[in-house]
Design a protein around this ligand. Structure first.
Ligand code: SF4
Ligand code: SF4
Length: 623
C-alpha cells in the first residue's frame, strides 16, 4: 500500500507519521466528507494535494476551484444539500471567501461544513500575517484550533459534528507550524456516510435578503449562545498542571507547544488552560480559571484575540487576577513564537533564568538569501526580454506591477521588475489605476492561475475605463508555486480527469482587447519584438508568455529518458558577464575567472545560448 492509499485506507489504531495537513485530510476522510474544495495556498496546500489523489478511490468529490470565494460557495451548496463539505485555504484566501462566509453564517447549513484557514505567522510564504481568528468573531461562527497533527485530524471530525449540531459552518484554524508539523498520528475509523444530496428548502431558507436576514441574525446569536454553552463543557478545552500550578496560563494552537516547552525547560509552576474551541470563548470556564490565580498570562501568536476576550471576561466577572499579554507589551505582537520568545517574555515577571540562552535569531539579522527562479524557468526569459523590450522601446519611466506567484521573484535582482505588489489580481487592478493617475505606461505581470483567480474583473475594468497598459500573462500551464496544482487552463481537473481547458486568449479577446498575442519566451528572437509591438499599444495590450513550468518539462524529459545540458566554450567567451549579471540563471557561475555551467543544475532550456543573452555565441548544448 503506498502512502496515499494508507492515508485513505489505514485502519483504526494504525499509526502514521503524518504532516499536519495530511492529518487534516485524513480527518476529513474519517468524517465521511462528501465534497472538498480549495484554491491552493501555502501553508494549506498539502491538504488539497492529499485529497486530490485519493478522492476518486475514496468516493468523494474534490476540486481545485478558480478562487476561494467560489470554492466556499461550492462547498456551501453541498452543505445546504445535506452533504458534509470541507473548504480550505490559506489565510489571505479567507479575505476572498469572506463575502460568501459572512452571509452563509446567517442562513446556516444542513450537512456539516468546515472552513479551514491556515494562517502564516512570520509570513514565510505570504504578504501579511493577518490573524484569521477575527473572522470567527466577525462572522459569528464556532472555531477550533488544533496544536498538533493528531489534534488536527481529530478536530476536523469534531468540527463536522459541531457544524451539524448547531447547523452552522465551523472554522478550523491552523498556523504554518501546525500544518507543517510532522508527528505520529493514530488513525480512527472512517465514517461511512451514504448521503443523497437533497436540496429541498422551505421558502426563503437560504435567501439572504433584509426581510429574512433579520430573522437569521437573531437565530445566529442564539446558535452562538448554544455553542458557547457547549464550549463550556467540551473536552476540546483542558487544564494541565505543572508543579504547584501557581501561575495561570491561557493559550491555544501552536503557542501552546512553545509555552509547554518553556514551562518544562524552566520548571515553571504552571496551570495551563489550553483552549481548543476558541470561538465562542468559554466565558464561565475562563472566569473560573481567573478566580484561581493571582497572575494569568495569555500566550498566543499574532493578535491579542484571546487576551481581549479574557480581559473582557475578567471585567464582567470583577476578577482581581493580574492579566499579562500583548496589550501590556509583555509578549511580542508580531511573528511566530518559539519557546525562547515565550521564556524571555516571562522572565520580566517570573523569576526564571534565561540569560545564558542564545537570543532568538531575528530574521532581520540573517544574511539575505533571496529566493531565485529555477534554472530553465520561463519567467526568467520573460523578464529578461520584457525589460530589454521596454528599454528598446524608449519606455524609460515604465511602471512594473506584479502579482502573487513564482514570478513574484522578479522583484529581486537582477530584474527588480516589481514596483508594486499587493494581492491576487492586483497587478492589473493597481497597474490600471497607476496608468490612469500617472499617465505612464504600466507593464503588469500575472500568472495563469492568478489570472483566472482574480485577474479577469480588473482586466475588464482596465479596458472599460481606457487604461494604457501591457499585461503579460505568464502562462506556465500549472499553479506552480503551491506545488503544481491544476487550474482552469489545464486539461485535467482536481481528480486527474480530462476536462476542456478554459482559453485565456478567448477571455482576453472577449473583454474587447484586440492586441493580444501568444508567444514562447524561450524563443527570445521572436518574443522580444512581439513584446515591443505590444508596448506600442495606446490601450490595453496582452502578451501571453506561454511555456510550461521547468519542473513539468523536466518530468516529461525524464519520462522520455532525455537529458540535455549546456556548456560554455571558454575560447569563445568574451567575459561580457551578461549571462551572469543580467540573465542570472542559477546554473551559470564564475569559476576561477571563467564562466561555467553546472551540469547538475542546468535544465537544458537553451535560452542562455540565444545571441540576445550570449552575444559571443559561446554557449551551446554539450555533448
Ligand atoms: S540552458 Fe542555460 S539558461 Fe537554461 S538552465 Fe541551462 S544554464 Fe540555465
Ligand atoms: S554571455 Fe556568453 S560571452 Fe558573455 S560571459 Fe556569458 S558565456 Fe561569456
Amino acid at each position: 500500500m503506498n502512502r496515499m492509499d494508507r492515508i485513505l485506507n489505514g485502519l483504526p489504531g494504525d499509526v502514521m507519521f503524518l504532516l499536519g495537513n495530511e492529518a487534516i485530510a485524513r480527518g476529513a476522510i474519517e468524517a465521511g466528507v462528501g465534497f472538498a474544495t480549495t484554491y491552493p495556498g501555502t501553508p494549506s496546500s498539502e491538504v488539497g494535494d492529499t485529497l486530490s489523489k485519493v478522492a476518486r478511490k475514496g468516493g468523494f468529490y474534490f476540486e481545485f476551484s478558480v478562487n476561494e470565494k467560489v470554492a466556499t460557495e461550492m462547498a456551501y451548496a453541498a452543505a445546504i444539500s445535506g452533504v458534509r463539505s470541507f473548504v480550505f485555504m490559506k489565510h489571505v484566501g479567507m479575505n476572498v471567501a469572506a463575502d460568501a462566509i459572512m452571509s452563509m453564517s446567517y442562513a446556516g447549513v444542513r450537512g456539516g461544513m468546515v472552513i479551514m484557514t491556515a494562517d502564516d505567522p512570520s509570513m514565510f510564504s505570504s504578504q501579511n500575517e493577518q490573524d484569521n481568528r477575527h473572522y470567527a468573531e466577525l462572522a459569528h461562527l464556532p472555531m477550533l484550533e488544533p496544536s498538533n497533527p493528531q489534534e488536527a485530524k481529530d478536530f476536523v471530525i469534531r468540527a463536522f459534528e459541531i457544524s451539524e449540531k448547531f447547523r452552522m459552518p465551523v472554522i478550523l484554524r491552523t498556523t504554518t507550524r501546525v500544518s507543517h508539523q510532522r508527528t505520529q498520528v493514530k488513525l480512527g475509523s472512517r465514517s461511512v456516510r451514504v448521503v443523497d444530496a437533497k436540496f429541498d428548502p422551505a421558502k426563503g431558507d437560504f435567501v439572504t435578503l433584509p426581510s429574512s436576514s433579520m430573522g437569521f441574525k437573531s437565530e445566529l446569536i442564539e446558535k452562538m449562545e448554544l455553542a458557547r454553552q457547549y464550549c463550556e463543557k467540551t473536552d476540546l478545552n483542558r487544564t494541565e498542571t505543572h508543579g504547584s500550578g501557581k501561575y495561570g496560563f491561557i493559550t491555544s494552537g501552536e503557542a501552546y507547544n512553545c509555552l509547554t516547552d518553556a514551562i518544562r525547560k524552566h520548571s515553571i509552576d504552571a496551570s495551563v488552560y489550553k483552549i481548543g474551541m476558541t470561538s465562542p470563548l468559554p466565558e464561565e470556564e475562563i472566569a473560573s480559571f481567573l478566580s484561581l490565580h493571582e497572575s494569568v498570562f495569555v500566550v498566543e501568536e499574532l493578535d491579542p484575540y484571546l487576551e481581549s476576550g479574557v480581559r473582557r471576561i475578567a471585567q464582567m466577572h470583577s476578577s482581581t487576577a493580574r492579566i499579562y499579554g500583548k496589550i501590556d507589551g509583555i509578549f511580542p505582537a508580531s511573528f511566530e513564537y518559539s519557546p525562547e520568545v515565550v521564556a524571555s517574555s516571562l522572565s520580566g515577571i517570573i523569576n526564571i533564568e534565561v540569560g545564558n540562552e542564545s537570543p532568538p535569531v531575528s530574521v532581520a539579522d540573517l544574511p539575505k538569501r533571496p529566493p531565485v527562479l529555477c534554472p530553465g524557468c520561463p519567467h526568467r526569459a520573460t523578464y529578461y526580454a520584457v525589460r530589454r523590450a521596454a528599454r528598446m522601446s524608449g519606455l524609460s519611466d515604465v511602471i512594473y506591477s506584479s502579482d502573487i506567484g513564482c514570478y513574484s521573484l522578479g522583484t529581486y535582482e537582477p530584474f527588480e521588475m516589481a514596483d508594486v505588489l499587493l494581492e491576487m489580481g492586483s497587478s492589473i487592478g493597481v497597474g490600471s489605476g497607476l496608468s490612469k493617475v500617472t499617465g505612464r505606461h504600466v507593464i503588469a505581470f500575472i500568472g495563469d492561475s492568478t489570472f483566472y483567480h482574480a485577474g479577469i474583473p480588473p482586466l475588464i475594468n482596465a479596458v472599460r475605463n481606457g487604461s494604457r497598459m501591457t499585461v503579460v500573462i505568464m502562462d506556465n500551464d500549472i499553479t506552480a508555486m503551491t506545488g503544481q496544482q491544476t487550474n482552469p487552463g489545464v486539461p485535467y481537473d482536481g481528480m486527474g480527469q480530462p476536462v476542456k481547458p478554459v482559453s485565456m486568449e478567448a477571455i482576453v479577446r472577449a473583454v474587447g482587447i484586440d492586441n493580444v498575442v501568444v508567444a514562447d519566451p524561450y524563443d527570445l528572437k521572436s518574443f522580444l519584438p512581439t513584446v515591443m509591438k505590444a508596448l506600442k499599444s495606446e490601450g490595453v495590450s496582452v502578451v501571453i508568455a506561454r511555456r510550461e513550468c521547468a519542473i513539468l518539462r523536466d518530468r516529461e524529459m525524464q519520462r522520455k529518458g532525455e537529458r540535455v545540458v549546456y556548456a560554455v566554450d571558454s575560447g569563445k567567451c568574451g567575459l561580457c558577464m551578461n549571462c551572469v549579471e543580467n540573465f542570472s540563471c542559477p546554473a551559470i557561475s564564475i569559476q576561477e575567472g571563467k564562466i561555467a555551467i553546472s551540469p547538475d543544475l542546468c535544465d537544458g532550456c537553451g535560452v542562455c545560448a540565444e545571441p540576445i543573452v550570449c552575444p559571443f555565441r559561446a554557449i551551446a548544448a554539450g555533448e
